[in-house]
Design a protein around this ligand. Structure first.
Ligand code: EPZ
Length: 415
């Protein structure tokens, strides 16, 4: 089956290493297109979104292989610019290839990335930014066609922050002759890591980590290798797993510098943590405080990707909590499934109102990646057995959530 079975009620206690970041790895794989040679991504997570992106790059002529946890990309032989519909539709983040294909080939054809269950997922900001560098777009038969004689430096100012659009703008500008200034950039760590990678490969980007990036185009990038950073969302998921079971846990190489907002909420709930010699040690025995007035925000605010997982924790904390989702228009898909487990949650417009109580195991359905992780977290606390169906959604972003939670002491298995 395509499911996960959890027997709840076991306080976690154990130690794991945090996997490499999905949302850092995908843009770095796209960035490799700009180097007509070999790029090595060490500590790359073995997740289905990475495998899908690998398939897309191979379909365009690249050669890829794994050596232990390193993904080796040779994009020298790439000679195609059209992403096949069936490949591009498997993973909407293939849109991040737009900037690098335009930067290298002056052309790209991608399936128009549709919306998904968490929202419309438009790409208007991506297109507007790349148009400022000289790209032109048209849609034909559900495919997005992009062309540019040759991208050239320009001025981009984002009307609203977008992680993917910022990444596409940077990828389009880094090898475009002239100077590009991008204002209103997202400051998520995954943008910072992309810029650091590009500079390591010969790019000239300044203002990294700020909302204004200044890029001097370079003729080409060169071979390079980089360690994929630890996944702040996976790490945050396991902090919530410890919290929901009132247990403990140690997360090796957790990126605590990128987890401030989550750890602040964890302490407000009553959790305690320490970070020494690369290990984040958790003690959740004192988790009992509800949280009110929390809003998801762009970095460094509370990440939207951990909203569902936190709601699952708050569903077990006595008292009234409320969480507002401000980034995506429909990111409470896990709530009906949590209610089937006995949770008392009502969603009013963009806010979830939660009254904590004991949960009971049930058969529930994951509808998307982070909502699926939230159901697993809820199952860790629920009385009896929980079966989470559609495990494949969770495997898009978590290398092996059953392996990791088992190492932390959970009674969990694939089914
Ligand atoms: C990235 O998606 C992440 N995905 C998402 O993680 C994450 O939730 C999101 O950033 C926000 O942090 C990857 O990195 C692969 P956005 P992205 O563009 O780039 C609207 C996960 O679970 N918008 O910052 O697509 C958009 O609809 C995934 O790992 C436009 O209006 O997010 C949303 O409301 C889910 N026009 C808001 O901006 C555009 O052209 C933020 O989206 C683009 C976006």
């Amino acid at each position: 089956m395509d499911a996960i079975r959890i027997t709840g009620g076991v306080p976690l206690d154990g130690e794991i290493a945090v996997q490499g970041s999905k949302n850092a790895a995908l843009p770095l794989m796209a960035a490799a297109v700009l180097n007509k040679g070999v790029t090595v991504l060490f500590g790359c997570p073995r997740i289905s979104d990475v495998f899908s992106m690998e398939e897309v790059l191979r379909s365009l002529g690249a050669r890829t292989r794994w050596e232990q946890d390193a993904l080796i990309l040779d994009t020298g032989p790439m000679d195609q610019v059209k992403v096949k519909r069936e490949l591009g539709e498997k993973m909407r983040s293939s849109i991040v290839l737009l900037g690098s294909l335009l930067g290298r080939f002056g052309e790209a054809v991608l399936p128009y990335p549709g919306g998904c269950v968490i929202g419309q997922r438009p790409v208007d900001l991506h297109l507007a930014a790349l148009e400022k560098l000289g790209a032109r777009f048209y849609e034909e038969d559900g495919m997005l066609h992009a062309k540019a004689q040759r991208l050239a430096g320009g001025e981009i100012c984002f009307a609203k922050p977008s992680v993917g659009a910022t990444q596409n703008a940077v990828l389009g500008a880094v090898c475009a002759p002239g100077r590009t200034v991008i204002r209103g950039c997202s400051r998520e760590p995954e943008v910072t890591w992309l810029c650091r990678f590009l500079n390591l490969a010969g790019g000239r980007i300044r203002g990294i980590g700020t909302d204004c990036l200044k890029i001097q185009g370079v003729p080409s990038l060169h071979d390079t290798g980089m360690q994929i950073p630890a996944d702040r969302i996976a790490a945050g998921t396991y902090v919530c797993a410890s919290a929901v079971t009132r247990g403990r846990g140690i997360l090796r190489n957790a990126p605590v510098g990128e987890m401030g907002a989550l750890l602040h909420v964890y302490e407000k709930m009553g959790g305690q943590y320490a970070f020494n010699s690369g290990k984040l040690s958790l003690c959740s025995c004192g988790v009992k405080n509800p949280v009110r007035g929390l809003r998801t925000q762009v970095y460094p605010g509370f990440p939207t990707d951990l909203q569902s997982v936190l709601v699952a924790v708050l569903a077990t904390v006595k008292g009234e909590s409320c969480v507002e989702e401000t980034i995506f228009e429909d990111r409470f898909k896990a709530v009906p499934e949590l209610v089937r487990m006995g949770a008392d949650i009502t969603v009013c417009r963009s806010t979830a109102h939660i009254r904590g109580r004991d949960l009971s195991g049930a058969r529930v359905c994951a509808r998307e990646l982070r909502g699926g992780a939230a159901l697993v977290v809820a199952g860790l606390a629920a009385e009896g057995e929980t079966c989470v169906e559609n495990r494949h959604f969770i495997e898009r972003g978590y290398e092996d959530i059953c392996r990791d939670l088992s190492l932390l002491g959970a009674c969990i298995r694939k089914d």
